[in-house]
Design a protein around this ligand. Structure first.
Ligand code: NAP
Length: 248
């Protein structure tokens, strides 16, 4: 069984959806957890739920990860609370879909800031501690959209492709100190993000996915658990696609 006993993990955007599942999966493996979300009440509720279920230490911190002051404060408080940071999962993300010819500059900026700039800011703040400790794991939640490009998602595809580039560049910078940086590229996963899609669109994706079903948050959390664990110590700069075969 994979264990994360003695480890502390910060998962951004973990009040709900994939992030919540990753936080719960890490807690089940014994890690202490910071549930961070833009909304404090959601983070607190999830942190309490996870602590009750798995008996690990959890804290809830609010942060808008697109803002440098928020991120620096978040990582500072995390380290004050846990004394170190072993695992960072850059999970917070949003969509603001539309054809590029109609896309507002503000929708472009919001998606790039929340999905990509946040990963830069959190990675910068957290790897300072990881480099000193000569150990750490950064896991970036990218997307199939960043690998193959999806129409109506120019901003989102660009942010997630950027995240993959960020993953590889930082992986090379920090590898010597035993800090690994990897990405997971989910396909279509059942969360609030995909609940926004019409049934026809979902049916279209199901027909296109070789496994014929959308994935579940747990499918992503399982890969994150592996990457966070000692089993993945020699894996860095990689992108693990978890998509039912939709892109190979
Ligand atoms: P979700 O259900 O919408 O959850 C996203 C979480 O991020 C929410 O808790 C949200 O908080 C939080 N968040 C949003 N903006 C934030 C900000 N500025 N600062 C901090 N937290 C913020 O989405 P999900 O489906 O779980 O997606 C999680 C990650 O997986 C995202 O990076 C997404 O791009 C990626 N992904 C998802 C899919 C999919 O099919 N679902 C596929 C590929 C990749 P509020 O709810 O309070 O706004």
């Amino acid at each position: 069984m994979i264990t994360l006993k003695g480890k502390s993990a910060l998962v951004t955007g973990s009040g709900r959806g994939i992030g919540k599942e990753i936080a719960a999966k890490f807690a089940k493996a014994g890690a202490d957890i910071c549930v961070s979300d833009i909304d404090l009440a959601t983070a607190q509720e999830t942190a309490q739920e996870i602590a009750k279920e798995y008996g690990v230490k959890t804290i809830a911190l609010a942060a808008n990860v697109a803002k440098e002051e928020d991120v620096n404060e978040l990582v500072k408080k995390f380290v004050e609370e846990f004394g170190k940071i072993d695992i960072l999962v850059n999970n917070a993300g949003i969509t603001k879909d539309g054809l590029v010819i109609d896309m507002k500059e503000s929708d472009w900026d919001a998606v790039i800031d929340v999905n990509l700039k946040s990963a830069f800011l959190c990675t910068k703040a957290a790897t300072r501690y990881m480099l000193k400790a000569r150990s750490g794991r950064v896991i970036n939640i990218a997307s199939i959209s960043g690998q193959i490009g999806l129409p109506g998602q120019a901003n989102y595809s660009a942010s997630k492709a950027g995240m993959i580039g960020l993953t590889k560049a930082v992986a090379k910078e920090v590898a010597k100190r035993s800090v690994t940086v990897n990405a997971i590229a989910p396909g279509f996963i059942r969360t609030a993000m995909t609940d926004k899609l019409s049934p026809e669109v979902v049916k279209g994706y199901e027909d296109a996915i070789p496994m014929r079903v959308l994935g579940l948050p747990e499918d992503i959390a399982n890969s994150a658990l592996f990457l966070a664990s000692d089993l993945a110590g020699y894996i860095t700069g990689q992108v693990i696609a978890v998509n039912g075969g939709l892109a190979m």
